[in-house]
Design a protein around this ligand. Structure first.
Ligand SMILES: [Zn+2]
Ligand SMILES: [Zn+2]
Length: 447
């Protein structure tokens, strides 16, 4: 959750935040409203977005885009060549979450029952807002072909919520055949900003995510005779607390990270010392250096504790990094500067957002190919709630909750204006040359 005082202080110190949106269209078109209502009421969870993908595909295809399919799961791209110029990739995600909606919306998918129970699927992360915006921007770019030159790739990505979609896209043969993007862009909606306000976060914006299981081994025995055993419950307890020293004692204080042990399972009853205990961790980091250091220190600490308990190397803990790691999202400051100046020219409401420890697999596109990328935030909380002094208390539900309901009728037209302006700005600017790696790579890491 955003600390508004902190954001406002940042805004005051670094940027000037225009909170007026006079002159911008705040009325959703009938077509976009119809599309939003359809997508909202037909959510599909990760890797099951077949209907959503064909819905988007048919609109893009009718508009004049060339469809490139088979980009992993249900991902596809619509490509439009419009003369010589930069190549810009604009990504939307398509998946919903397994949550039963409780917003009371008349077009809530929760109204659909299966075996007397509402179906658990909901666009609780607002990807329906992303898709509706993406479709209208695609159509506007076709209508305004004379105002830009270049190639646009509209990428519709499956399985963002599971962190697998972008990796599948990048690994697919058809993606490799697409023109190489000079810029990647996307946005994510947020209830932490007023509807339509554009949030910037230069440099690291989302964290790299690693999930790890650790099996702490010991020697089982009678609970009354621990001297004849090696107690893995005690070792696991030491390990949980020692892991917390990594961030505070091994990483630079200006490179934040989080290690959370979210689950611990071991043993059955009080008088039996089990032979092993299972820990489940999530690790969040920004820089690749810190990420590698954390993974290394976890093993060093775990092995050191096992050795001090008298265990041999064969019984050191087993560390399993799950196959779902995603890199951090690094927002190019140069690109941020270009976009901010374009938005300021249109008097769009802007704000500065703090970096998040949550993950977003959009980073996969920039990280694996060293392409300048930016993921904007766009607010979704109605400004009509003017009787509410602190927006934080007025959220229309948080992301990933059953009561998240964006103020779509104001947000979508402003998001369309934002993304269309962003794309045309990128097309009309010569690509910034890449002279060095702009974001971290997972290549060196242990998978
Ligand atoms: Zn989400
Ligand atoms: Zn999301």
């Amino acid at each position: 959750m955003v600390n508004r005082t902190f954001v406002n202080a940042l805004c005051g110190a670094v940027f000037f935040c225009t909170l007026s949106s006079k002159g911008l269209s705040q009325h959703i078109s009938a077509l976009s409203e119809e599309r939003y209502m359809y997508l909202h009421s037909h959510p599909e969870v990760s890797s099951e977005e077949a209907n959503t993908a064909s819905y988007l595909k048919s609109i893009l295809s009718k508009a004049g885009f060339t469809i490139v399919d088979s980009l992993g799961f249900h991902s596809f791209a619509g490509v439009l060549y419009n003369g010589k110029g930069p190549v810009v990739m604009y990504r939307t995600d398509m998946d919903a979450l397994p949550i039963v909606e409780e917003t009371g919306s008349p077009f809530s998918p929760g109204a659909v029952m299966k075996s007397d129970r509402p179906i658990a699927r909901m666009h609780a992360c607002g990807h329906d807002v992303h898709m509706t915006t993406w479709l209208e921007v695609a159509e506007q770019l076709i209508q305004q072909k004379n105002s830009w030159k270049g190639t646009v790739i509209f990428l519709a990505q499956s399985s963002e919520e599971t962190g697998q979609g972008a990796r599948a896209v990048v690994a697919s043969e058809n993606f490799k055949k697409l023109p190489k993007a000079d810029y990647n862009i996307a946005f994510h909606n947020t209830p932490e900003l007023p509807s339509g306000t554009v949030g910037f976060c230069d440099n690291y914006a989302f964290a790299a995510v690693d999930m790890m299981n650790i099996t702490v081994k010991g020697v089982g025995g009678h609970g009354a005779e621990p001297f004849r055993a090696v107690d893995p419950v005690l070792l696991a307890a030491y390990l949980v607390t020692e892991l917390q020293s990594i961030v505070s004692r091994n990483l630079p204080p200006n490179d934040p990270a989080v290690i959370t042990v979210g689950a611990i399972h071991g043993g059955t009853v009080g008088n039996i010392i089990p032979s092993e205990v299972e820990l489940k961790l999530t690790i969040r980091s920004y820089s690749e250096d810190s990420r590698i250091k954390i993974l290394k220190r976890i093993e060093e600490i775990g092995n050191g504790l096992a050795a001090s308990a008298g265990l041999t190397e064969a019984n050191y803990p087993k560390y399993t990094l799950l196959d779902m790691s995603i890199p951090s999202v690094f927002n190019s400051p140069e690109m941020g500067k270009m976009l901010m100046s374009a938005f300021q020219g249109k008097k769009m409401p802007l704000s500065v957002m703090p970096a998040k420890m949550i993950g977003e697999d959009f980073g996969v596109y920039g990280t694996s190919t060293h392409i300048r990328s930016y993921m904007l935030w766009i607010g979704t909380t109605s400004t009509q709630q003017s009787d509410c002094p602190d927006l934080e208390d007025c959220f229309t539900g948080k992301l990933h909750t059953s009561d998240y309901f964006p103020d779509y009728s104001t947000t979508i037209p402003m998001a369309v204006e934002t993304m269309r302006t962003a794309l045309i700005t990128l097309f009309n600017t010569r690509p910034i040359p890449i002279t060095h790696s702009v974001s971290p790579s997972l290549n060196k890491s242990k998978q």
